[in-house]
Design a binder for this molecule. Structure first.
Ligand code: MG
Length: 299
């Protein structure tokens, strides 16, 4: 099984030893925010320091939007619209079907958000996002500015109301729901420029209202590197970015296996015809690999 690390024997049936890691594009600065458009068979992704959103199809890579307000994490809402975190705009924004860009959230109680990093939409339409200061710590990723709020996880409801979902974080980053939405996983990377990253994935149980979170607990420690973007497959495994590739973690928190990638991975997204192709943002390169699992697919 070249290119894989099998920790739990179950992992051998979750990947395809005859499916190579493919290089889809290179020459970027720092990739993030992969989001799959099944209706167009298109992947959009952020090239953060180059301030552009890129577009990949089987025909190749092109620019989707530039400048792009230093976009980072992206997803789609239940109507299929693109939802984008913006460092420079310090906001979460939505691209309408007609191409207009709407700011959905840029303040909490009158203070500016820091630099929304990653975002996920729940089946009830609520938008959950993390707001660490990573994008305003440097000019490289969005522009040096002062933070006005603690780093938090927020929930944005359909009526525009913004609520704190969790606030005991040291650098919240990527996030995803379990397939049944009973759990929210959030990665915690700690302070930028700290000698040691936090390397942690935390898990929160959702309350009976489907809107509030119980207390978080440490779920899994990612090593080497740290966990940034994460995605769940249909069986409830968590696929996490890591320093040596993509790690697959069971719902019990145990490492199941790894897909090795020759560059640090920042974020991933399932896509392709059956949501079984894993697109991988690896620093300056975009990779993909076919797997034998299917990601949680929507819309
Ligand atoms: Mg991130």
């Amino acid at each position: 099984m070249d290119g894989f690390v099998v920790v739990d024997p179950r992992f051998a049936a979750m990947v395809l030893p005859n499916a190579p890691l493919e290089l889809l594009g290179e020459g970027f600065r720092w990739l993030e925010g992969p989001v799959w458009f099944a209706d167009h068979q298109v992947l959009l992704f952020s090239d953060v320091p180059n301030d552009r959103i890129m577009r990949w199809t089987e025909e190749g890579v092109s620019t989707f939007r530039a400048p792009a307000q230093f976009s980072n994490g992206q997803t789609r809402d239940r109507q299929g619209r693109l939802i984008t975190c913006s460092h420079h705009g310090r906001c979460v924004m939505r691209t309408e079907i007609d191409g207009r860009i709407m700011v959905l959230a840029d303040r909490f109680e009158g203070r500016r958000l820091n630099s929304p990093n990653d975002v996920v939409v729940k089946s009830d339409g609520s938008i959950w996002f993390t707001d660490p200061p990573f994008g305003i710590n440097t000019d490289y990723e969005g522009g040096k500015q002062a933070a006005e709020l603690p780093a938090r996880v927020y929930r944005l409801d359909g009526d525009g109301r913004l609520t704190i979902a969790a606030d005991d974080f040291d650098g919240p980053n990527g996030l995803c729901f379990s397939p049944d939405e009973s759990r929210l996983y959030v990665t915690e990377t700690g302070r930028q420029f700290a000698a040691e990253p936090r390397r942690c994935i935390r898990v929160f149980e959702l309350g009976g209202d489907g809107q509030s979170l119980g207390p978080g607990r440490d779920f899994h420690r990612v090593e080497p590197g740290f966990a940034d973007g994460i995605r769940c497959d249909e069986e409830g495994h968590i696929w996490s970015s890591a320093g040596d590739g993509v790690h697959c973690i069971g719902p019990d928190g145990a490492l199941v296996g790894k897909i090795l990638v020759p560059s640090t991975v920042s974020n991933i997204a399932f896509g392709g015809r059956h949501f079984s192709r894993l697109f991988i943002c690896g620093g300056q390169r975009l990779y993909a690999i076919y797997t034998n699992v299917r990601g949680v697919a929507w819309p």
